[in-house]
Design a protein around this ligand. Sequence first.
Ligand code: CTP
Length: 400
Amino acid sequence: MLHEKRILLGITGSIAAYKSALLARELQRRGASVRVVMTKAAVDFITPLTLATLTNHRVYSDFTESEERGTWTNHVDLGLWADAFLIAPATAQTLSNLVHGASDSFLLAVHLSSRCPVVVAPAMDLDMFAHPATQQNLATLSKRGVGIIEPESGPLASGLEGKGRMAEPGHIANWMETWFAASAPMNGKKVLITAGPTQEPIDAVRFIGNRSSGKMGYAMANAFIRLGAEVTIISGPVQLSAPKGVHELVKVQTAQEMYDAALLRFESMDIAVAVAAVADARPVKPHSVKLHKAELPKSIELEPTLDILGSWGQLKKTSQIVVGFALETDQGTASAQSKLASKNADFMVLNSTSVSGAGFDTDTNQVTIFEKDGNSHKFDLKSKAEVADDIVRTILNTNN
Ligand code: CTP
């Protein structure tokens, strides 16, 4: 399936552009998010309104949104958003432009600035396709790592018959699925994530807890799943549904339950990420029944809980990567660095509640990632999904 995949669909000026509407639907049906960028020639074959309605998002075809307002459309952002740039149909002219790095259309500028892999589904007349110039262009693109979805043979718009018809939408979607599965950088990697708060019982109905929502941990799970990892989440009580494609979701309540579940699974993992806000202490003697008001103690004796991240740090093999989160109420750099060392983690992600919009129970976060070799990376305030992508990318880049 293509769930959580972001596909930028490029449409160029071929009669096969009419199939792009079906392709957009098919990609979405399989779970992908689709954004569309069209050349001006493509607009003659299919209206942007059709694609905008199907994808529930505006269609991009020019550098400015409206000439009167002079608003610039950011082709760089669009390129960075995508997991893959699929150009279907790709005309002979477009293939040539891609080879030469032309940028005189919005689609071509997106191509030059995108960091994601590019895939083309050529569509043209049989002689244009068979021409050595086109074949050489395809060979050059293929050598650069561009995926080529071969056209099919059959009746062509010209009335001739031969190879040149764009592959059918179902076939292109299948091709993308196989290609994502094979090229996902975290394919075969097992990732363990602790998420959410823990609740430490005082009596049968009361507990010591915290304000963690689990959003950051679940966003981390989604980011790893998108890159092909097999993800297990050990989650405290949260109001979130299981991320699509999660391998195992273990629901726990207390720090001890989280510790047991996390330690049991750690050995077989490649990456373990401690996002959970685990209670540092729990009542020594929780009552098994509800205490009435008059029975409530004046003070509650606490004992420390076990440190999951610290235990992973002690147990980890050289092949394993351990990541921690440090939530601080001040700037927190010194504290994050000292937790990185004391817990023997490979990365420590600092988020500070002193930054407005960061920390517990928000949809955004602002983090700095500290690496054990002393490097650090500071990121802007972003959605937790984007923050998760930044963290996962940092882990990937450091270990490649
Ligand atoms: N952590 C954990 N198990 C615990 C406590 C914390 O795995 N029992 C993990 C958290 O998931 C987080 C990291 O340790 O990744 C840092 O948590 P934090 O509470 O900031 O650090 P502490 O070690 O508890 O230090 P302090 O409370 O003194 O700041």
